[in-house]
Ligand binder design. Structure first.
Ligand code: FAD
Length: 420
C-alpha cells in the first residue's frame, strides 16, 4: 500500500556521507529519514582501506590538503574551511574511536577495523533517533515548480520534505549498492552528469610475462608511462603484479592520468628495477656478481640481486636462452642487454580494470552546477549533493572519505540554519 510520510529532511543513501549527514541533522532535533536500498548501512565504508578504513589524511593545512584535488581545488576551499581533516579527528575521537596516522599521512582507526567506523555512525543515528529505513530503494526524486518535493520508493511509499540530500555514491564497486542511481536523479533534475568511468583502478596489460608474475611485488622501482616514445609520467615506489596487469597504490594513483593518455593513443609502461643506479654502475655490479660466481648458471646467480621470479623474467626478456649457461660464457653484449632490460622492463598498457575493481568512479555532477558554500544544487535549490556524486578526481590516501565527511557537515549545517 502506498502512503505519504512527511519529515524535515530526507537523506537518500546510507553510505559514508549519508550516515554522517543524517546523524548531524538529527542531533539538532530535526526529523530525518535515511533511506538505504541495501539491507544494511555503510556496506562500502565497511570494506574501505582493505577492511581498515583510511578515514582521512592528516594534512592539516587546508591549502596543502587541497593540492590533492588538482581540478576541483578552487571549489573546495569553502567547504574545507568549514570542516577539515582536523575536524574529522575531533569528530571520531570524541566518539571514542581513536585514530592513528601512518605513512603518507594516512589515518586509520586504532582498532584497524573499518566496521568500527560504520559502528560509530550507526550509533550516532540511533542516539539521535534518525528514522533509518533499510531495504528501501528510492526510485524517483519528485520535483514540482523547480524544487524537489519528495521521493518515491520502489514499494510505492512517498516521503515529502522541504530538504532532500542525495548521498547515493558513484559507481565504483557496484556490489556495495553504489550503482549510479543518484546520477539518474540528478540528470532528471536538469544537471549535466558526465559518464562515470573507473578511477583509482588497476591497469591491464596483455603481456603474458606480467600475468605470470602475479603475486610478486617490487619495491624501490621506477614506473614510467610512455606515449610516442616520450615519458609522460614517472613514479617511484612499489608495484604489485597481478594476473591481469599491475596494481598497488602507486599504480592506482596513476590510473587517472594513464586513462587520459589512453584516450589519445597507445601507452607503453616501463619498469626500472634499479632507478638509483646508472647503467654503467649497474653493469659494474653485474660484472662483480659474475666474477664471484663464474661457474654458476645465470638463473641461479641473478636472484642474488632480484626476486627469483623477476630474475627469471629478466633473463627471458633479454632474449637470452642463457638461464642454463654458466655466467663466464656470457658475452659482453649479452650482459649489457641484461642490464638494459633490468632498467627498462617494457609492456603495453591496454586499459584500466572496470568499475567493479575501482576504488572510485570518475564522472558525476559538473562542479559549476553546485554551490559549494552549502552543497546545494544550483538548479534545484533545496537539493543537496554529497560525496562520490561530485565529479572530483583525487588520489587514494583518505581524501575520498574526507570529502564525504566535509560535504555531509556543510550540507547539514546549512539545513539546520535554514530550519531554525
Ligand atoms: C574497495 C574500496 C576501498 C576504498 N577505500 C577507501 C579508503 O580507505 N579511504 C577513502 O578515503 N576512500 C576509500 N574508498 C572510496 C570511498 O569508499 C568512497 O569515496 C565513499 O564510500 C563514498 O561515499 P558516499 O557516501 O558518496 O557513497 P557510498 O559510500 O557509495 O554510499 C552510497 C549509498 O547509497 C545507497 N544507494 C544507492 N542508490 C540508492 C537508492 N536508489 N536508494 C537508496 N539507497 C541508495 C547505496 O546502497 C550506498 O549504501 C574506497 C572505495 C572502494 C570501492
Amino acid at each position: 500500500m502506498s502512503s505519504v510520510q512527511k519529515t524535515d529532511v530526507i537523506v537518500v543513501g546510507g553510505g559514508a556521507s549519508g550516515m554522517m549527514c543524517a546523524g548531524i541533522l538529527a542531533s539538532k532535533g530535526l526529523k530525518v529519514v535515511l533511506l538505504e536500498k541495501n539491507n544494511e548501512l555503510g556496506k562500502k565504508l565497511s570494506i574501505t582501506g582493505g577492511g581498515r578504513c583510511n578515514i582521512t589524511n592528516a594534512t592539516f593545512e587546508v591549502a596543502k590538503f587541497l593540492d590533492n584535488f588538482p581540478e576541483a581545488k578552487k571549489f573546495l576551499h569553502s567547504p574545507f574551511s568549514q570542516f577539515s581533516a582536523q575536524d574529522t579527528f575531533t569528530f571520531f575521537e570524541s566518539r571514542r574511536l581513536p585514530l592513528v596516522t601512518e605513512a603518507r599521512n594516512r589515518v586509520f582507526p586504532k582498532s584497524q577495523k573499518a566496521t568500527d567506523v560504520t559502528a560509530v555512525l550507526r550509533k550516532e543515528l540511533k542516539k539521535n533517533r534518525v528514522n533509518v529505513q533499510t531495504s528501501s530503494p528510492v526510485r524517483k526524486v519528485l520535483f514540482k515548480d523547480g524544487i524537489a518535493k519528495g521521493v518515491l520508493l520502489k514499494n510505492g511509499t512517498v516521503y515529502e520534505a522541504p530538504y532532500i540530500v542525495l548521498a547515493t555514491g558513484g559507481m565504483a564497486a557496484p556490489e556495495t549498492g553504489s550503482t549510479g542511481d543518484g546520477f539518474a536523479f540528478l540528470s532528471t533534475a536538469g544537471h549535466s552528469v558526465s559518464k562515470p568511468s573507473a578511477n583509482v583502478v588497476p591497469l591491464k596489460t596483455d603481456a603474458k610475462w606480467v600475468h605470470k608474475l602475479s603475486g610478486t611485488s617490487v619495491s624501490f622501482m621506477e614506473l614510467r608511462f610512455k606515449q610516442n616514445g616520450k615519458t609522460k609520467l614517472k613514479k617511484k615506489g612499489k608495484i604489485l603484479f597481478t594476473h591481469f596487469g599491475i596494481s598497488g597504490p602507486l599504480v592506482l594513483n596513476s590510473s587517472h592520468e594513464v586513462s587520459e593518455l589512453l584516450k589519445k593513443g597507445p601507452v607503453h609502461a616501463e619498469i626500472n628495477l634499479f632507478p638509483d643506479t646508472n647503467e654503467h654502475d649497474l653493469d659494474k655490479r653485474v660484472v662483480r656478481l659474475f666474477d664471484n660466481n663464474k661457474n654458476k648458471k645465470l638463473r641461479n646467480v641473478l636472484p642474488e640481486i632480484l626476486p627469483k621470479s623477476l630474475a627469471h623474467t629478466v633473463i627471458f626478456l633479454s632474449d637470452l636462452s642463457l638461464g642454463e649457461v654458466s655466467v663466464h660464457s656470457i658475452t659482453k653484449d649479452e650482459r649489457k642487454k641484461l642490464v638494459k632490460t633490468m632498467q627498462a622492463l617494457g609492456f603495453p598498457i591496454v586499459g584500466t580494470m572496470g568499475l567493479d575493481r575501482a576504488v572510485l568512479s570518475d564522472g558525476g555532477v559538473k562542479l559549476e552546477e553546485v554551490d559549494f558554500k552549502n552543497m546545494t544544487s544550483r538548479i534545484v535549490p533545496n537539493l543537496y549533493i554529497l560525496g562520490d556524486l561530485l565529479n572530483i578526481n583525487r588520489p587514494s590516501g583518505g581524501f575520498s572519505l574526507q570529502l564525504c565527511w566535509t560535504t555531509a557537515h556543510v550540507a547539514a549545517r546549512d539545513i539546520i540554519e535554514k530550519l531554525k
